[in-house]
Write a protein that binds this ligand. Structure first.
Ligand code: KMH
Ligand code: ZN
Length: 273
């Protein structure tokens, strides 16, 4: 069994001024996408920044990024519908207008440090149905165990997502969400509804490596990237997202689960060709 490696290169939380190596311009994003694909990533989870390096959901910026990454790589392009904690729900739904292959769909509200990452059931439900209608494959982001129950409710209510596959990603160690421990991850995996076909995991900050090891050993897939973790090791900041992808690919290969190719990932996730 191979390993799907997703790179989340930017996120909405880190400031370019604090982390200059964060890819925020279109040129930096495309270069990052190319390098990470070569290092073993098959999917990219994108948050877009504007000319001032601030998070944006502006359709023009999103479409330009989708088009450029699509032109330059074979990566599955997943746009974040989570955006930043300040983005209004209505605008988060418009992300689908940029025609990504995949979109994130977080399955519940979470405390997010001192902020709240809002995901009321009505919003999740609208996003689920709109993704079905537009033939976009959702990746269900699970920040907490209650989110697993909400996912089951969405599937029961609306049927399977576009593509007929249910792929989830446990986002662990967000301050306010589930801890980045093997025990918490395994509790979540044990609760997954039977419709779930594959799962991945990421650990924010210092949970990055422990969660990677736990996921690899338990048959899960991986998400890595500077959205989740800006330290390669103690005292050693990440200089480029490809360092994180390369390490994930090396570990996965050693575990006899080499990186999944992009065509295999499209097949596995039910993404349109
Ligand atoms: N930036 C977080 C508030 C997602 O991409 O869907 C939400 C997030 C989840 O990153
Ligand atoms: Zn994200």
């Amino acid at each position: 069994m191979s390993t799907l490696i997703t790179v989340a290169p930017t996120g909405a939380e880190h400031a370019k001024a604090d982390v200059p190596q964060l890819p925020t311009t279109l040129e930096e994003l495309v270069e990052t996408a190319r390098t990470c694909e070569a290092a073993g990533a098959a999917m990219i989870h994108l948050h877009i920044r504007d000319a001032e390096h601030q998070p944006t959901l502006d359709r023009g910026y999103l479409k330009a990024a989708v088009d450029a990454v699509r032109a330059e790589t074979d990566l599955i392009i997943q746009l974040s519908t989570g955006g930043s904690v300040h983005d209004p729900l209505e605008q988060r739904l418009t992300v689908l207008d940029a025609e990504p292959d995949s979109c994130s769909l977080t399955c519940g509200t979470t405390n997010f440090g001192d902020d709240v990452f809002l995901n009321p059931y009505g919003f999740m439900s609208d996003l689920y149905v709109q993704a079905q209608e537009r033939e976009v494959v959702p990746e269900f982001e699970l920040f907490d165990l209650g989110h697993v129950a909400a996912l089951a409710r969405l599937i029961d209510t609306h049927g399977l997502p576009f593509g007929g596959i249910v792929h989830v990603d446990f986002v662990t160690n967000v301050p306010g969400g589930m801890p980045g421990t093997t025990a918490a991850l395994m509790a979540g995996v044990g609760m997954l509804p039977r419709e779930v076909t594959s799962w991945a995991a990421t650990g924010i900050g210092r949970a990055h490596l422990p969660i990677m090891a736990a996921a690899l050993s338990a048959g899960g897939h991986l998400r890595v990237g500077m959205e989740d973790n800006i330290m390669y090791a103690k005292g050693q900041p990440v200089q480029h997202n490809s360092e994180l992808v390369s390490r994930a690919a090396r570990l996965a290969t050693e575990m006899q689960r080499p990186p999944m190719t992009t065509p295999a990932a499209r097949e596995a996730l039910g993404v349109k060709r």
